[in-house]
Design a binder for this molecule. Structure first.
Ligand code: PGA
Length: 256
């Protein structure tokens, strides 16, 4: 955790979920509405097909709803894409950008991610910018160089703590059940924090840095207790309200 930073527990449903899954979002919305919501934010990012109906389900809840990608333009001839304005129009508040699956499946570069982040900011959305090294990069001790490069080129100048969240997601930990040790997470998050402070000053001190990659109820407490870990970006374990809420609840032992 970081002093004076409100943690964020965020779920990424990826390409999972149909209308039948909306009961899980409803259960999450009901489950997070307790005293903990005064201290910890919660966000769910379903596929775009469910965005509008999901935000409608959450109008009376503190659960926020976001999207998983956006185009960098406001509108136009881009078949299949959605813009940041469209997400905002559906009452989405956040958008995940530069997820490693987008970088791999759609060959998104840091520069593309940065222009999407600018589009998200212009639409009033908070961008969750994902960075992380591959297993090979980790094995050849390139982790910090890779993160440095991704941060310098994917985060636009002028990013603020209230519109930008960084998610450190080592690719080898995504969907594998593997996680770095808390000590390794501490080293990487301290590095990210130092870079953010160097570039953004006071804003960088309080910009949230999430950890993502095989976060589960069983390992959430040890990961969320690490310095400079300001929440989680959760894939698989966010599909079930019970798991998502169990991860959210580890903050009962961590916040005042
Ligand atoms: P995972 O995915 O929790 O299933 O490992 C994390 C992510 O890709 O954001």
């Amino acid at each position: 955790m970081t002093p004076d930073v409100r943690p964020l527990v965020a779920g990424n449903w990826k390409m999972n979920g149909t209308r039948q899954s909306l009961g899980e979002i409803k259960a999450m919305a009901e489950g997070i509405d307790g005293p903990l919501a005064e201290h910890v934010d919660a966000l769910i990012c379903p596929p775009a097909t469910l965005l509008y109906v999901a935000t409608a389900l959450c109008t009376d809840s503190q659960l926020m709803v976001g999207a998983q990608d956006c185009h960098h333009e406001v509108q136009g001839a881009h078949t299949g894409d959605i813009s940041a304005e469209m997400i905002a129009d559906c009452f989405g508040t956040h958008v995940i950008l530069g997820h490693s699956e987008r970088r791999t499946d759609h060959r998104e570069t840091d520069q593309m991610v940065q222009s999407k982040v600018e589009a998200a900011h212009a639409a009033g959305l908070t961008a969750i910018i994902c960075i992380g090294e591959t297993g090979d990069e980790r094995d050849s001790y390139e982790t910090l160089d890779v993160l440095m490069r991704q941060m310098s080129h994917s985060i636009p100048d002028g990013a603020m703590a209230d519109n930008t969240v960084i998610a450190y997601e080592p690719l080898w930990a995504i969907g594998t059940g593997l996680t770095p040790t808390p000590v390794d997470v501490a080293v990487v998050h301290a590095f990210i924090r130092a870079e953010l402070v160097q570039r953004f000053g006071a804003e960088g001190k309080v910009m949230r840095i999430l950890y993502g990659g095989s976060v589960k109820p069983s390992n959430a407490l040890s990961l969320m207790s690490v310095d400079n870990v300001d929440g989680a970006l959760i894939g698989g374990a966010s599909l079930k309200a019970s798991d998502f809420l169990a991860i959210y609840s580890v903050y009962e032992g961590l916040v005042a």
